[in-house]
Structures are given as C-alpha cells and as structure tokens.
Design a protein around this ligand. Structure first.
Ligand code: HEC
Length: 125
C-alpha cells in the first residue's frame, strides 16, 4: 500500500493548519484587547477622580518626590519643597511635576495625581 502513509501526514498537516489559524485569531484578539486597553485605560486613568487630594497627594509625594527632595520634603539632592506657599500656585507645581523643571525630570504621574500632589504641598499638612 503506497498511499497509506500519506493519510497520517495529511491529518498532521490539517491539524497544523488549524492550529495556525486558531493561534493567529487568538493573537489578533489579544492584540485588539491590548490596544483597546491602551487607548481606553489611558484616557480613563486621567478622568479618575481623587476624593481626598491631600491624603492621596501625600501618598503620591512619598512615592515620587522623596527620593530627591528628602523624606520630609525639606530638601535632599533637590531643593526644599515643604514650604512652597506664596512661591508657586497649584497649577505651577502641577506643571513642574508633569513637565519637569530645570534639572528636575518630569515625574510619571497623570494630571489628576499631579494636581493632588500640588494641593498637598500647598496645604498645611
Ligand atoms: C529625580 C529627582 C527629582 C524628583 C524625583 C523630583 N524632583 Fe523636584 N526637583 C529636583 C531638582 C534637582 C530640582 C531643582 C531644579 C533646578 O532648579 O534646577 C527640583 C525642583 C522642584 C521644584 C521647584 C522648587 C523651587 O524651589 O523652585 C518643585 C516645586 C518640585 N521640584 C516638586 C517636585 C515634586 C512635587 C516631585 C514629586 C512629584 C518632585 N519634585 C520630584 C529633583 C527631583
């Protein structure tokens, strides 16, 4: 029987083709999901509101600012930012955080978070 061994090969080939088709669909939908996530979540993150900006700002400052401005924000490698009242407005501090300032790099937080940090820095706490 000459043709016999061809049958298993044909089955393997068909299974292989099916797998390739299935995998590429899985890959496509995963990529779509990822893209949707990137587009969707990116904007969603910016609209997220913070109930208590001062408390949230304090936590964020602990995470993002103390490495350079010192544990109590009174200065480290960067200047003292514990007493900015009268020097900067909330908007100006937000701008510094988001875009950097002189030798300070931009900090990877979103607008709402930067606003919360700025409010915290200008609060009495
Ligand atoms: C990588 C180090 C680094 C990090 C992190 C950092 N800063 Fe700075 N920051 C600096 C340096 C350095 C300066 C001084 C810039 C200059 O004048 O050249 C500065 C300056 C500032 C100033 C201006 C101060 C003044 O007296 O004019 C503000 C406000 C400020 N930082 C806020 C923040 C806040 C808020 C965060 C956290 C969200 C933060 N910084 C995180 C390094 C840093």
């Amino acid at each position: 029987m000459k043709g016999q061994p061809l049958i298993p090969f044909a089955i393997i080939a068909i299974v292989g083709l099916l797998l390739i088709t299935i995998l590429s669909f899985v890959g496509l939908s995963e990529r779509e999901a990822r893209e949707a996530e990137e587009n969707g979540e990116g904007t969603e993150e910016e609209v997220v509101e913070i109930d208590d900006p001062i408390t949230a700002g304090e936590e964020l400052a602990q995470q993002s600012c103390i490495t350079c401005h010192g544990g109590d924000l009174t200065g480290g490698m960067g200047p003292d930012i514990s007493n900015l009242e009268g020097t900067y407005s909330v908007e100006e501090i937000q701008d510094i955080i988001l875009n950097g300032y002189e030798s300070m790099p931009a900090i990877p937080v979103n607008e709402v978070e930067a606003d919360a940090i700025a409010q915290y820095l200008l609060s009495d706490q």
